[in-house]
Write a protein that binds this ligand. Structure first.
Ligand code: ZN
Length: 268
């Protein structure tokens, strides 16, 4: 896809700027998103955007890969695949994604996470602490964890089943006494369907050898960093399959089912 066409497809969905920021600040406060969660849930698992293109929009991001081949972490200038065997690997720049989000991470605030706090407790504490839950936030949690439970989607074969079916069979993994980083976002409820409302975090171990989509954790000593984002740039798929999807049929309970589904756990 040539550059002109690529940017021609970028549809600014929401611009929440209260004042007019400078160009650089505007880009730093922007979340760039490929496709929508509803489209992914309906089985649109093949996209045209490469991770090289995604990296032009940030150094902090999450998503998945074509054929739903693992969970994605974008950290710095590298994109990692968190595979369905619990292992992590760096992917090549031409690897494609059907669904991903990226931003330039510049934390506005830091929140120390005391030992023993779990994911649910952190969500409640952060929600109460943030100035508003009406803005999207990029979130990063760095440190040591007593326990982290993750899952990773396995590569799918055509004809692709919907994500609700895939979620029933995806493996989960547990890490104990592990150092690493959680990369993700907290999105407001009004974006449900376009993306996952609430906290969506992917874990990558410090040695960059393992990780997955975070289901649960218990912190030992960690720091939470938060970057508010007031713009969302949505790149919709250039595919007949997207044009033909019935995006009115995705139910909120299906989205929550995909978020919370857990399976028997194995060690990575
Ligand atoms: Zn995820």
């Amino acid at each position: 896809m040539n550059t002109r066409r690529f940017y021609g497809l970028c549809i600014p969905l929401i611009c929440l700027a209260v004042f007019s920021p400078g160009c650089e600040e505007a880009q730093n406060d922007r979340i760039f998103q490929v496709s929508t969660l509803q489209a992914l849930m309906l089985g649109l698992y093949d996209g045209e955007t490469t991770v090289a293109q995604l990296k032009q929009h940030g150094n902090h991001g999450i998503g998945t890969f074509n054929a739903l081949n693992g969970e994605m972490v974008l950290l710095g200038d590298k994109v990692y695949r968190l595979r369905s065997d619990g292992q992590a690997e760096v992917v090549s720049p031409d690897t494609k994604t059907p669904f991903a989000c990226a931003t330039y991470f510049e934390p506005d605030v830091k929140y120390p996470l005391s030992g023993g706090r779990n994911f649910e407790q952190l969500k409640k504490a952060l929600d109460a602490w943030l100035p508003t839950t009406n803005l999207p936030y990029a979130v990063r949690i760095t440190g040591t964890f007593q326990y982290v439970k993750v899952r990773a989607v396995p590569k799918q074969k055509k004809p692709y089943p919907p994500l609700t079916e895939v979620a029933k069979t995806q493996p989960t993994f547990e890490f104990e006494n592990v150092e690493g980083v959680m990369i993700g976002f907290r999105l407001p409820e009004y974006l449900a369907g376009v993306n996952m409302a609430g906290y969506h975090m992917h874990f990558l171990t410090k040695d960059r050898k393992g990780g997955g989509h975070v289901l649960e954790f218990k912190a030992r000593d960690a720091l939470v960093e938060v970057d508010d984002c007031r713009q969302l740039l949505l790149l919709l798929p250039d595919a007949k399959t997207f044009a033909g999807l019935d995006l009115t049929g995705v139910k909120e309970e299906d989205i929550h089912a995909v978020e919370s589904t857990t399976q028997p756990t194995t060690q990575p």
